[in-house]
Structure formats: C-alpha cells, structure tokens
Design a protein around this ligand. Structure first.
Ligand code: ZN
Length: 190
C-alpha cells in the first residue's frame, strides 16, 4: 500500500495500528501519515488510552505494542528539530526591510532619487487631477517598458510597489481607470 498523506486512517485502523495488528506496509503508511498529521496523533493517543482502559476491564485484549510509544518520542524529537530549524532559518533571513517612501511632486525639476533594490512607497502629488474612483499607477523604464503597475484608491496618495527597482531612470505614470494619462513623475534609482 502506498503511503497516504491526504486521507486520515479511520478509528478502526488506528486501533489496529496501536495494537500491532496491521501488516508492516500498512503500519508504515499509517506512521507516515501520523508524522504529518497532528489531528491523527491526538486520535492515536485517544485510541491508546481507550485500549488501556478497556484492557483493565477485559485483560485478554492485546497490549499496545511498545514501538508506538517509541514512535511518538521520535516524532516529537523530529518536530522539535524541525521547529528549531525553522526558527533559525527565520532569524537568518531577518525581517523584510520596510519600504522606502519617495515623494513625487509634479513641479519638481529633477527626478526624485530612490535606493535601488528596495521596496518603495510612492507618495504622489495628485493635486488638481480630475476626481476618479481610482487611479492607475504604473512605473515604466526610460524606454517605456512596463515595470510595475498598481491601483490607487480614491482619497489615497500613497501606494506600495511590490517590486524593487534596479538602478536606472524611470517614469511613474498616473492615469484614469479608462487609461487617460493624467500625470507623469520622473524617478531615479541608484
Ligand atoms: Zn490525519
């Protein structure tokens, strides 16, 4: 039988596993599922508790096989190693640096400078633009190639770009939802 990571073994199967009544292939499949499924780990505990209780009343029943206790310790150890590994990995990666705010004004002569390779929060001067329910914001390269686009809700003037810019010159274009160009800002990443 193939290991099955998606379907939970039913109660009967768990009890049979606990009592060592499954064939080795079936037992291995249940164990592989148990490694990944916290719900079934709890169910196994309950099944074993039930069997122990039942055994006191009816001593003839077979005892849970010792290897299931060993398996639990192994699974807990594996989970701890995994958790500490993930914590270490998270610490190495560190938090994502916050986006750099860049204020773009329509009257500015020079392009606004930003740090290349950082996420940006564009602060846009939309003074005097016709009222729209939203604005389309686009970053294009100096050659006019689309780099990033987003939508700015009405009443907002700030938008975060999900894409860090490589060093170079860009234009930030603001358009109506119908695509009419409304304003353009120059941007320099370095
Ligand atoms: Zn399960």
């Amino acid at each position: 039988m193939e290991p099955d990571f998606t379907s939970h073994p039913d109660d009967t199967r768990l009890e049979m596993y606990s009592m060592g009544k499954l064939g080795s292939d079936e037992a291995a499949a249940v164990e592989e599922h148990l490694l990944l499924c916290a719900d079934c780990q709890v169910r196994l505990e309950e099944a074993e508790t039930f069997i122990r209780t039942f055994r006191r009343v009816a001593p003839a029943i077979e005892t849970p096989r010792p290897r299931s206790a060993g398996w639990r310790l192994g699974a807990i150890a594996a989970a701890l190693v995994l958790a500490s590994g993930l914590a270490w990995w998270g610490a190495q990666r560190g938090p994502e640096p916050p986006p750099v705010a860049v204020t773009l004004t329509a009257l500015r002569g020079d392009p606004a400078g930003v740090a290349a390779g950082r996420h940006l929060r564009l602060v846009l001067d939309l003074t005097g633009l016709p009222a729209e329910h939203a604005y389309a914001v686009e970053i294009v390269s100096r050659e006019g190639r689309a780099i990033w686009s987003g939508t700015l809700a009405a009443g907002r003037t700030e938008i975060e770009t999900g894409k860090p810019l490589a060093a170079g010159r860009y234009f930030v274009r603001v358009a109506s939802p119908r695509g009419d160009p409304l304003r353009e800002f120059a941007l320099r990443a370095e």
